[in-house]
Design a protein. Structure first.
Length: 266
């Protein structure tokens, strides 16, 4: 019997971007049909809007109904939670975020990415307390959390240990100016690939796309990201993991093509 593998979801950040119209989206496609079109060609989307403001239960339910079975939405956690000096004081803002109706996404709710400010430095007690505030379930639906650390001080084995203690994934921010973590700390992996280039129709050269597709498959099969960068705190257990890979930033107009190119690779 073949070894079990995790599921791989590949997508982009958001679905409303004018330069995609007539390039990714067919010319003349109604704007209200863009999410449904994107979901036919991708297997996940990271939602940016949840970072800036609370959404409504009706919006989450609408997104659920406009996308096919198996599609996932990763949500960016609220800036009112993460853009603060003391993360451990975010309790009231967390309550508001989780009361906004996100469980209307049902099985299409993917991980929640909590992006920290680039100026936020590692404080072990504060990070430990913050991750302890994140709920494991809501309305009977299991929740998955990831944290995106953007300051070099987080390159500390203690940070890895804290994330593993809470079962929170550390975002791998690749091909970017941010610190790149390859430590696996949760039952899933969360990658943000941020280096697409305008001079490639698919955002990356074919060899780079092959490499990213191979990494996603390796993660799903239980391997690590050692070819990308060494982990801060040593190897993680070899277990299959669900993989969430989003092509973000870079030459944003190329990101849908890059994501589709990754999905098309066997």
């Amino acid at each position: 019997m073949p070894a079990a593998k995790g599921r791989i979801h590949i997508g982009i950040g958001g679905w409303t971007f004018p330069p995609w119209r007539g390039v990714f989206y067919p010319k003349g496609l109604p704007h209200k049909a863009e999410l449904a079109y994107a979901a036919q060609h991708l297997t996940g989307i990271e939602v940016n809007g949840t970072f800036y403001r609370l959404q409504s239960p009706e919006s989450f339910a609408k997104w659920h109904d406009e996308t096919p079975e198996g599609f996932v939405f990763a949500l960016k956690g609220s800036r009112f939670v993460t853009n603060r000096r003391v993360l451990a004081e975010a309790g009231p803002s967390l309550e508001k975020f989780f009361a906004s109706g996100l469980t209307a996404l049902k099985a299409k709710l993917g991980p929640i990415n909590w992006p920290l400010a680039g100026t936020k430095q590692f404080d072990a007690a504060d990070v430990d307390a913050f991750l302890g505030l994140l709920p494991k379930q809501l309305d009977g639906l299991a929740l998955r959390h990831a944290i995106e650390a953007r300051h070099e001080s987080f390159r500390n084995p203690e940070f890895i240990d804290i994330a593993r203690k809470h079962g929170v994934a550390i975002v791998t921010a690749a091909d970017s100016e941010y610190p790149q973590f390859t430590d696996l700390t949760a039952p899933f992996a969360y990658l943000r690939v941020m280096g697409t280039m305008a001079d490639h129709a698919t955002g990356y050269a074919a060899a780079a796309l092959d490499a990213w597709a191979a990494r996603a498959r390796a993660l799903a099969a239980g391997q690590g990201l050692d070819d990308l960068a060494p982990p801060v705190a040593g190897a993680a257990p070899v277990v299959p993991r669900d993989v969430f890979l989003f092509v973000i930033s870079g030459a944003k107009e190329r990101n849908p093509a890059a994501a589709m190119a990754l999905i098309s690779r066997p």
